[in-house]
Design a binder for this molecule. Structure first.
Ligand code: OGA
Ligand code: MN
Length: 296
């Protein structure tokens, strides 16, 4: 091949191989080593992430420092959240949150146990929630523990126009009392009054700061509250919106293998996890990348 055609080939060749899941969201990025991607590949990953909302990278071999280094390319990291077991993180690395049912000397090494984790987005009870989470599989059970994602763009776009009108301008309280496993966060007073429970208030319909697309921002169902409404009206309207969430056309389910890294956009997606047998082991390490602004 002469030099000219070699240059032409290199400029047209996509720097990474992206295979969409075919569902409402999600794509697999093939044949990359996240420890060694160059600036061009990184730009393509970021672009694909904005477009597909959730990216899967299989077959990675990442140490905790590698996970931190790849995560940092997107921005500063948040510390692990406070969960039912406190702030469970990797020794010396408070930015690595451990999701696990494993116990060592009778003490859980992580959070969320082996039960179902209901639909939620991470840490939206903060004024500035993380914009992304990266979850890396170190040990997976032989069955169960699948994680599903749904597109809050797709759900927004599917709202009947009369419902869109009814929710225009509303704000929603995202609860900070309970986590997705149904556990009380350590140090928080139990509360089942959504009007007064701790949390952060965000617009119910937000514009994504990077893509400019509109999305419904629900966070989690328990103790959610539409600010200013009678409690019964808030509950009824939230139930109406949540009925859309579990529809198959808006979601994609991931079956984990060891070495998978899944990165999701924490603003325009929600996720949930199936339960699994607590006699088996599941160990995941997660980073959370700071959002630059409050959702608006
Ligand atoms: C998370 C989470 C679910 C899972 O890490 O934010 O919700 O599949 N995990 O472990
Ligand atoms: Mn989560």
């Amino acid at each position: 091949m002469n030099v000219e055609s070699k240059i032409a080939r290199e400029t047209v060749a996509a720097p990474i191989d992206i295979v969409p899941t075919g569902a409402a969201l999600g794509a697999e990025v093939r044949d990359v080593d996240l420890k060694a991607i160059d600036a061009r590949q990184f730009a393509a990953v970021k672009h694909a992430w904005h477009r597909h909302q959730v990216l899967l990278f299989r077959g990675q071999a990442l140490g905790d420092q590698d996970l931190i280094a790849f995560s940092r390319r997107f921005g500063d990291l948040d510390f692990a959240p406070v969960q039912e077991t406190g702030r469970r993180f990797v020794e010396g690395l408070p930015e690595i949150y451990i999701v696990s049912n494993v116990k060592q000397n009778g003490e859980p090494i992580g959070s969320l146990g082996a039960g179902e984790a209901v639909w939620h987005t991470d840490m939206s009870y903060l004024e500035k929630p993380p914009m992304a989470s990266m979850l890396y599989a170190l040990e997976v059970p032989p069955a169960g523990g699948n994680t599903s994602f749904c597109s809050m763009y797709a759900i927004h776009d599917a709202l009947p126009s009369d419902l869109k009108r009814r929710i225009a301008g509303l704000k929603i309280k995202h609860d900070g009392t309970y986590n997705s496993g149904g556990f009380l966060r350590q140090g928080v007073t139990p509360s089942d009054d959504p009007r007064t429970s701790p949390g952060a208030v965000h617009p119910l319909v937000c514009t994504h700061p990077d893509t400019g697309r509109q999305m419904l921002y629900l966070g989690r169902r328990r103790n959610a509250y539409l600010v200013g409404l009678e409690l019964a009206c808030s509950e009824a309207l939230l139930d109406e919106l949540w009925r859309l969430v579990d529809r198959p056309e808006f979601k994609w389910e991931h079956v984990w293998r060891v070495g998978d890294l899944v990165m999701w956009d924490n603003r325009c997606t929600m996720h949930r996890r199936d339960p699994f047998d607590d006699a088996t082991r599941r160990v995941m390490h997660r980073t959370q990348i700071k959002g630059s602004a409050s959702p608006a």
